[in-house]
Design a protein around this ligand. Structure first.
Ligand code: 13P
Length: 252
């Protein structure tokens, strides 16, 4: 059985106090519900990671993620954070390849491939983001684009390593726009991604969790999550509100 995961990507939002209140509300919301088997992940900004560890509790299925890491092991890279540092802060996951990193920080799949390498060396599960732009979808290049992203990001890894990766399909046109992919569009791409992964992993591609991201809200989560190949969500805006985030988790 593959993991069901709902991850909140806080991006560059909130202050220390607001972040602590939010994680506390999420934690309490989860404790009240002892039936959920969904892994809940919070991905706060780097400075919050230290204190957030106090809320991390595998029994309530609450885990910590970073939003990024540097591709080198260590060294003179002012302002950067290494995978080894994240491991020492008990991060179970780390988001890599988010479209905002690709667009605003010029990251490409070759670089992301190196970051995945660093994360796996430190036993952190990468949440690898892929997805096409609006222009690519409108010109019907979306499958080609996502296939190429996956091919270069996962190049050179052994099967055993790739089994630790989580994939997040985030069509760029759906991020923060209020436009969600229809459940059919999302399912179609998730099945395609799983089929691509099966070329390397064989039947074990069934074990990989593939999350959908892009304007997931309490109103659309249930239908998205009921699709065969959608194993959860990577949530931006709605993860900043405990009630909305908990409602998305409970829609499984
Ligand atoms: P929104 O849920 O705000 O569209 O953001 C999605 C996202 O980018 C999560 O990583």
């Amino acid at each position: 059985m593959r993991d069901k995961i709902v991850a909140g990507n806080w991006k560059m939002n909130l202050t220390r106090q607001a972040g602590l209140s939010l994680v506390d509300e999420i934690y309490r919301g989860l404790n009240l519900d002892d039936t959920t088997d969904v892994k809940v992940v919070v991905a706060p900004p780097f400075p919050f990671l230290f204190e957030m560890r106090d809320w991390i509790n595998p029994e309530t299925l609450l885990f910590l993620s970073a939003q990024n890491c540097h591709q080198e092991k260590n060294g003179a890279f002012t302002g950067a954070v290494s995978a080894e540092m994240l491991a020492s802060y008990d991060c179970t996951y780390c988001i890599v390849g988010h479209s905002e990193r690709r667009e605003y920080f010029g990251e490409d799949d070759k670089l992301i491939n190196q970051k995945i390498q660093r994360l796996l060396e430190n036993s952190i599960k990468p949440i690898y983001c892929c997805g096409e732009s609006l222009e690519e979808r409108e010109s019907e290049k979306h499958f080609e684009v996502v296939a190429a992203q996956i091919q270069s990001a996962f190049q050179g890894f052994k099967k055993q390593e790739l089994l630790n990766v989580v994939v997040a399909y985030e069509p760029v046109w759906a991020i923060g726009t209020g436009k969600t992919a229809t459940p059919e569009q999302a399912q179609e791409m998730h099945a395609f991604i799983r089929q691509k992964l099966s070329q390397v992993l064989g039947d074990e591609a069934e074990e990989i969790s593939i999350l959908y991201g892009g304007s997931v809200k309490p109103e659309n989560a249930k239908e998205l999550f009921s699709q065969k190949d959608i194993d959860g969500g990577l949530i931006g805006g709605a993860s900043l509100n405990a009630n909305q985030f908990l409602s998305i988790i409970h829609s499984f």
